[in-house]
Each structure stands twice: as structure tokens, then as C-alpha cells.
Ligand binder design. Structure first.
Ligand code: ATP
Ligand code: MG
Length: 295
């Protein structure tokens, strides 16, 4: 078997450790809430959250996209202008304002967005002494969840309180993994965190799947990373692979998800295929994540 090295440890070691804390994903009723997380920066979390939310909404589902990152990229990526909202996620999870008063509509009729901006960075500090601080987002979402078929949460690149809130609120975790040399760096820590969240706050938290992003078919490295991930994580890895696609990189600067920017691009096709995989999975009782043993 080929061996890719992540930092100084072989990928198999990292993967086995991470795998030991992964669990099964049973069927999911009602609102499906997915946290898109990986504390590694720039791996495609926001691109995935925005485009998945937009495509699922475009098919007629009611979708809420929650921007849980103070960078506010999911907010601007769905065309919500910085000056167009007065309140943001901070006001809900720190100041207890109702989420329904904060939610804004996007250009896609069935896609709503809970915006965020740099205010949200203060939440990490301000909630530090608050009781049940990991449950703030879950509590806020519980008041609006019935209005949506899907809730997609875009997490910041850290394992701080905002990501813990997202993992406590969600039914499943989707982990984008960039096809590159250090692909699995930090994944062990993420899965350790997942195990802790399951133990302490959210026993039902499942793995939606590991998603290979920015796949470059011209490089052997992308193919090798993909093959090794599939060797170790098996069916936990989505069949869909997101290619490196310049249209995906351009779309956010126009404040548009890929289906509005270039519906016929490879990026749009790939995210549509991912959305189909997730929806089909839900209908067929979580067969991918539910039926796989990891190593
Ligand atoms: P952060 O950790 O800072 O929140 P992230 O994990 O959310 O980052 P993105 O912002 O989605 O990552 O992507 C990082 C950069 O890569 C962005 O400029 C984005 O446009 C670009 N990008 C993401 N996916 C692709 C892709 N498949 N093809 C080309 N560019 C991509
Ligand atoms: Mg992001």
C-alpha cells in the first residue's frame, strides 16, 4: 500500500487514530442540520457550505445557511452585503435575540442566511463564563428549525467555541479535505473533538462524510491522497470529488453561489452531485456513513 506522510507521521497512523472515534450514522428525521468543519484553514468549508445550501435550496427545499465564522465569507458569498444587516449571529448566541429577527433572505427564494461579521469573534471570549455555552447555537436554532428542511453551518478554521456550538447543534459533520500533501493534518484532533462532543453534548452527532476538495486530476498527488483516504475511511468518503475549478473561486467575488454564477461549470456539476448524494443518503437511511466500518 502506498504511504503518504502527514507531518512526520504516516497517514495510516493518523487515519487509524481518527477512525477509532468515528461512529455510525443512522437515519435522520425532519430537519437535517450539517456542520461543515475542519480547523485547517482554506480547505473549502465555505465554498462547500454556500454551494450545497444554494443547490439544495434551488431544488425547492427550505434551507438555512448559518455563517458561524467571524470572517463572514458565507454571508458575502451568498450576496448578503456587509451594510445590509444590522444584527448577526453574535446578537443571537451572545445577546439572546431571536434568530428569526436576524435571518435574512438571499436571492434564492428558499435560501435564508444567518449572517455574521467580525462581531462574532467576541462571542468566543464573552461566552467563556456562561453556563451551557456550547448549547447557545442549538438553543437559537431550535426556535426556527421547524421552518427549514436543511440547516447548513459554516464553521471557522478553529476548534474554538463557535465550532463546538456548531457540532453541538448539528446532526452531522461534513469534513472538507483538500487534496494536498498535508491533507489530514488536524483531522485526528477534529475527530477527538467530535468524540468529546458526542460524549458530553450531542450523542447523536454523525459523520455526514469526508469530502475531497480542490482535486486536480493532472497531479499524481491528488490521486494518491484520494486513494489513501478511501483506503482508510472507505464509505465515509463521499463518492463525489470536488475538482479545482476557477469558476468556484470566482463566484464569491460576485456574491453568487456557483449555480447562479455558472450553472454549467464543473464546480456546479460537482456540488450538485454532492447534494444528490446527501439527499439520497438521507432517503436511504444513511447507507454510506451508516454502513461502513472504517479501517
Ligand atoms: P477558512 O478556513 O478561511 O474559512 P475555507 O475552508 O472556508 O477557508 P474556502 O474559503 O471555501 O475555504 O476556500 C479557500 C479558497 O479556495 C477560496 O479562495 C475559494 O474560492 C477557493 N476554492 C475553494 N474550493 C475551490 C475549488 N474547488 N476550486 C478552486 N478554488 C476553490
Ligand atoms: Mg471559510
Amino acid at each position: 500500500m502506498r504511504q503518504i506522510y502527514v507531518s512526520r507521521v504516516p497517514i495510516s497512523f493518523v487515519a487509524c487514530r481518527a477512525a477509532s472515534v468515528l461512529g455510525l450514522a443512522p437515519n435522520m428525521p425532519m430537519t437535517k442540520s450539517i456542520a461543515v468543519a475542519n480547523q485547517k484553514g482554506g480547505v473549502g468549508k465555505t465554498t462547500t457550505a454556500v454551494n450545497l445550501a444554494a443547490i439544495i435550496a434551488n431544488w425547492g427545499n427550505r434551507v438555512l445557511l448559518v455563517d458561524a465564522d467571524p470572517q463572514g465569507n458565507a454571508t458575502s458569498g451568498t450576496g448578503i452585503q456587509r451594510g445590509s444587516f444590522r444584527r448577526n449571529l453574535y446578537h443571537s448566541i451572545v445577546l439572546d435575540e431571536p434568530l428569526s429577527a436576524i435571518t435574512v433572505h438571499s436571492a434564492i427564494p428558499t435560501l435564508d442566511v444567518v449572517p455574521s461579521n467580525k462581531d462574532l469573534a467576541g462571542a468566543e471570549i464573552e461566552l467563556v463564563d456562561v453556563e451551557q455555552r456550547e448549547f447557545r447555537l442549538k438553543r437559537a436554532l431550535s426556535t426556527v428549525e421547524a421552518d427549514y428542511d436543511y440547516v447548513i453551518i459554516d464553521c471557522p478554521p478553529s476548534l474554538g467555541l463557535l465550532t463546538l456550538n456548531a457540532l453541538t447543534a448539528a446532526r452531522s459533520l461534513l469534513v472538507p479535505i483538500q487534496c494536498e500533501y498535508y491533507a489530514l493534518e488536524g483531522v485526528t484532533e477534529l475527530f477527538d473533538t467530535l468524540a468529546r462532543i458526542r460524549r458530553l453534548h450531542n450523542p447523536g452527532l454523525m459523520i455526514e462524510g469526508l469530502l475531497l476538495t480542490m482535486y486536480d486530476e493532472r497531479t499524481n498527488l491528488s490521486a494518491a491522497v484520494a486513494a489513501d483516504l478511501r483506503d482508510f475511511y472507505g464509505l465515509q468518503v463521499f463518492q463525489t470529488v470536488i475538482p479545482r475549478n476557477v469558476r468556484l473561486a470566482e463566484a464569491p467575488s460576485y456574491g453568487k453561489p456557483i449555480i447562479s454564477y455558472d450553472a454549467h461549470s464543473k464546480g456546479a456539476e460537482a456540488y450538485s452531485q454532492l447534494a444528490r448524494e446527501i439527499i439520497h443518503e438521507q432517503k436511504s437511511a444513511g447507507s454510506r456513513a451508516g454502513g461502513s466500518s472504517i479501517v
